[in-house]
Write a protein that binds this ligand. Structure first.
Ligand code: SAM
Length: 230
């Protein structure tokens, strides 16, 4: 059974898509999509040999090799024009890496109308990249599984509005579903981390003023969004 996290990613894949799942590891997502008859074609891209072998094995075992192609390569290098990919998913890695993969593979994005991204951290950097590269955020989800909180960002290749600092940090679509218990839990934990970090720096008598004022600013944004005073 697919994790709730990957099932949520899958729920945003439009019928008959041609999808490249980058950093696919076991290829669970494309295999699920193929078995569900949700796609026309998928690439399971992997940069590492072990995960690539896992993907190849899973695709054979689940009998979907007519629909899912297992490819070894860095980021979007595995995508060619003949594949006619219109959707890219990248899940389960840091936001910085996701943005780097998209940036490095920009020339492969021409026909790609849909991006489904699930950064483990650093969501704001991903949103910034989307905004700067003509992808508009059309949906976002936040969910908790196995004690982790995950965000999923869905974008379409359309002119994007200028997102505010707050929208980049918290998510323009997630801000619209508040109050939300998981969102609250995530940002309360982040607030606590900021408080601890500042306290530790003060205790160690290293007081990098710039860093502290940045952290305080972030804490203020969190308090504003969670709508409380302290
Ligand atoms: N996408 C799956 C998921 O969400 O469950 C697997 C996530 S796994 C934690 C991250 C995978 O990304 C690893 O298998 C790693 O080898 C792969 N990866 C990291 N950088 C990559 C890159 N530049 N190109 C392709 N794959 C990459």
């Amino acid at each position: 059974k697919l994790s709730d996290r990957l099932q949520t990613v899958a729920s945003f894949v439009k019928p008959n898509s041609r999808i490249a799942d980058i950093g696919s590891d076991h290829a669970y997502l494309p295999v699920f999509l193929a078995r569900n008859e949700q796609i026309q074609f998928a690439i399971a891209g992997e940069v590492a040999k072990g995960p690539h072998e896992n993907a190849t094995h899973e695709i054979l075992q689940q009998d979907v090799k007519n629909l899912v192609s297992s490819r070894l390569g860095n980021g979007l290098d595995v995508v060619t024009a003949e594949d006619q990919i219109n959707t890219i998913s990248i899940a389960g890695m840091g936001g910085t890496l996701i943005s780097q993969i998209l940036e490095r593979g920009k020339n492969k994005l021409q026909g790609v109308s849909n991006l489904i991204l699930q950064p483990n951290v650093g969501e704001n950097g991903v949103r910034k990249w989307l905004m700067q590269n003509n992808y508009r955020i059309t949906a976002e989800r936040i969910l908790k599984e196995d004690h982790h909180i995950y965000e999923i960002i869905v974008a379409e290749n359309k002119p994007a509005p200028t997102y505010s600092e707050k929208e980049l940090l918290f998510g323009p679509k997630l801000l619209q579903i508040l109050p939300n218990a998981i969102f609250q839990e995530k940002w309360l934990a982040e607030l606590q981390r900021i408080k601890n970090a500042i306290a530790q720096m003060k205790q160690a008598q290293v007081i990098p003023k710039k860093r502290i004022s940045k952290l305080k600013h972030k804490a203020d944004l969190i308090k504003e969004v969670l709508d409380f005073e302290d």
